[in-house]
Design a protein. Structure first.
Ligand SMILES: [Zn+2]
Length: 455
């Protein structure tokens, strides 16, 4: 596996996960700690990183600097766990042209580098990846320089209904075929199992029926795997909750959720793992509203920016039959997410970025902003994107700043609990204790200095 990506500089030994001859120790001190658990920020904190993992966290006053350690003072800065995006798709696009032919290890690693540059240090892919995702998934066990990968492998689609991508053979017609597919993905090493239950605003004849979804869920549970469902309709959400699905990968978007569904979700422990508010919001624009935001523009080529700004593209999007449906869909997604949070349903953060015009990393920050707009506190949104996601994903060595965890860290120049948009004030990103280039040190498709200074 080669790095092959210019914004990432790391030695081959680190990428291969070879043990260093002597312990490599770094101390970060004097920052305000947001530890990912939801606990109030603590000032004047310090941590020690040893060979890529956190070995000590506590007040700077109690810090004992290990001999030979490199020390960095972060006075006035905020340190938190790297963000986790629980709903992404990798290697689907080149620019904004979507085609499975672009799903190569090189392109996936490039995208994982962009996630990392935005402080998203782990992602969970939800069902449109070829088997080449599994060797990449394995890299999370070492000192990688890219975002770590959790994956469902290929998700289960009911023949003739919504889901998957052209070019992947992932549809099933019978409960037996559904169980066989679950077994295949589990044997490849899928972390959990994905299923789609939708008909694209009624444009497709079928939705996955209960006899298929219940077989998928039952077989996954027999294999010790959680299940996560793409849903759109209230009715499907209610049926899947009854069948014992573990999480929803989108909000209910056709109507308001009611007490019956909320209590069912709570009783069964169903998570709203991803609300994908940024996905829904992106569909409501003819022209995306952030094309001149340098935090966005640095992560895409000038050619992509030009294409996104073109009047022809805007006209085409506005003329699509479903275009008027997107604004009410977004409103349902936001309202229902807020209702669930208020009702005590567990939730994570996920964007559904990766398909065309849904951008790695940038959408995670937009998602956090929309979660706050929906009614969460900034701390609730940040906790969803760190410890909560890690908990749902069973990712035991990421998601909080605590001894034993990977030193996957985000250092911010401003307080994200005061204003969620401060999640964009990225000063440094660490993966396994190594600094990787941030988005502010990135300028895709241009000379290094062509993106101007950081605002
Ligand atoms: Zn998705």
């Amino acid at each position: 596996m080669k790095a092959g990506f210019s914004i990432v500089s790391l030695t081959v030994a680190m990428l291969a996960g070879l043990p260093a001859a002597v312990a490599e120790t770094t101390v970060l001190r004097d920052f305000t700690l947001i530890d990912g658990t939801g606990k109030a920020p603590a000032t004047n904190q310090a941590l020690v990183m040893t060979d890529g993992r956190i070995s000590w966290v506590g007040p700077s006053a109690k810090l004992k600097v290990p001999a030979g350690a490199k020390v960095e003072r972060l006075k006035g800065k905020y340190l938190m766990p790297g963000l986790i995006d629980s709903h992404v798709h990798l290697g689907l696009v080149d620019g904004i042209t979507q085609n499975l032919q672009y799903q190569t290890p090189e392109n996936i690693e490039k995208q994982l580098g962009i996630y990392a540059a935005y402080g998203v240090t782990a992602v969970q892919t939800l069902g449109t990846e070829k088997d080449l995702i599994f060797p990449i998934q394995q890299m999370r066990k070492g000192r990688t320089a890219m975002s770590r990968v959790y994956t469902v492998g290929q998700g289960v689609v009911f023949k003739g209904s919504y889901g998957g991508v052209p070019g992947l053979d992932q549809s099933v017609a019978t409960p037996g075929e559904a169980r066989a597919m679950v077994d295949k993905e589990a044997s490849h090493g899928a972390d959990l199992i994905k299923l789609w239950v939708d008909d694209e605003f009624g444009m497709l004849e079928e939705r996955m029926p209960p006899q298929i979804s219940s077989a998928v869920i039952d077989e996954a549970h027999r294999k010790g795997k959680k299940t996560v469902a793409h849903i759109f309709y209230y009715d499907n959400a209610a049926e899947l909750a009854r069948e014992g699905v573990d999480a929803f990968a989108h909000s209910v978007r056709d109507r308001a959720v009611d007490d019956a569904l909320l209590s069912q979700m709570k009783a069964k422990g169903v998570w709203q793992m991803a609300a994908t508010l940024s996905r829904e919001a992106s569909f409501t624009y003819k022209t995306l509203p952030f094309l001149d935001d340098p935090f966005f523009a640095r992560g895409v080529t000038p050619a992509v920016l030009k294409e996104l700004a073109s009047p022809e593209r805007a006209a085409k999007l506005a003329a699509a039959p479903n275009f008027p449906k997107y604004a009410p869909t977004l409103q349902h997604a936001m309202d229902n997410f807020a209702r669930e949070v208020k009702a005590g349903i567990r939730y994570g953060m996920g964007t559904d970025s990766g398909p065309t015009a849904r951008f790695p990393g940038y959408f995670a920050h937009w998602e956090l902003e929309l979660m706050v707009k929906a009614g969460l506190t900034p701390m609730q949104a940040l906790t969803a994107a760190t410890s909560a996601n890690a908990e749902f994903m069973g990712a035991n060595d990421i998601g909080t700043v605590a001894p034993g965890k990977w030193a996957d860290l985000l250092v911010l120049g401003r307080d994200p609990t005061a204003d969620i948009r401060n999640s964009r004030a990225i000063d440094a990103v660490y993966i396994a204790g190594n600094k990787v280039s941030t988005i502010w040190q990135t300028c895709i498709g241009r000379a290094d200095d062509a993106c101007g200074g950081r605002p």
